[in-house]
Design a protein around this ligand. Structure first.
Ligand code: ATP
Ligand code: PRP
Length: 215
């Protein structure tokens, strides 16, 4: 039987996992298994009262909203796109930083009429173009957005940009900034009340670690 005071933290593999583990370590939380080596989806930690669940980045808000995880770590891009609207977002971890941008081919010709936009950020792209009063057809993709304008699927893309190397390698350039992106700690609303002390203690320690310059 799981202790009712156990904290479950939802996190995705990859860059968020890599960048957030040193921050969780400041709260005494270190994973006892490596999710890249293990097929386990529930990872115990050095704290008996804390466990990690390893899920897809886009699923983190859903697990936290439904209370299957008390806390989660998710990119602001994912949160903007998510329909989970009853979460607390108390902490900007300043990790996995990038920019959500529009990008188009270097040789793009001026387009008249409806713009075709390929993106995995359909909701945010729809909001962005509507706000600008631009008629846009949004084509939902799940990755490799840079390809879409090169093969005539779309006029432009909406994607995250960090170094700009991926755009450059594909003959695209970043045009308009939609939002600065970083990862946030998110908290289930009921957990925040029921596990107040444990969650506040964790948030305080992680917040302090975020502010320290990297060693
Ligand atoms: P999935 O593979 O499950 O679709 P994903 O590819 O979005 O998810 P990651 O690539 O690990 O997962 O990215 C996680 C988060 O890191 C993103 O939501 C975004 O906030 C941020 N991110 C994405 N690409 C970059 C990048 N090139 N540089 C910095 N941060 C990034
Ligand atoms: C992300 C994003 C871009 C790239 C941008 O892809 O979708 O392709 O990073 O980074 P850059 O500006 O530094 O080149 P990611 O590396 O996450 O690959 P994936 O989306 O295919 O998983």
């Amino acid at each position: 039987m799981q202790n009712p005071q156990t904290l479950t933290i939802a996190v995705s593999k990859g860059r968020i996992y890599k960048d957030s583990m040193p921050l969780l370590a400041a709260a005494g939380i270190e994973p006892l298994d490596d999710p890249d080596q293990s097929r386990k989806l529930i990872i115990p930690t050095t704290r008996e009262d804390v466990r990690l669940v390893i899920i897809r980045a886009t699923d983190v808000p859903t697990y936290v909203e439904y209370g299957a995880a008390d806390l989660g770590i998710a990119g602001k891009d994912v949160l903007m796109e998510s329909d989970a609207d009853s979460l607390y977002e108390p902490l900007d971890l300043n990790i996995a930083c990038c920019r959500l941008m529009t990008a188009l081919p270097e040789q793009a010709s001026h387009r008249q009429g409806c713009l075709r936009v390929a993106t995995k950020y359909a909701k945010t792209a729809r909001w962005f173009y509507a706000k600008k009063g631009i008629k846009a057809e949004i084509i939902k993709l799940y990755g490799s957005m840079e390809l879409a304008p090169l093969v005539g699927l779309a006029d432009c893309i909406v994607d995250v940009v960090d170094t700009g190397n991926t755009l450059k390698a594909n003959g695209l350039y970043a045009d308009e900034l939609i939002a600065h992106i970083s990862s946030r700690m998110i908290v289930n609303q009921a957990s925040m009340k029921l596990k107040y002390n444990a969650i506040h203690d964790l948030l305080d320690k992680v917040a302090t670690a975020c502010q320290k310059p990297a060693a």
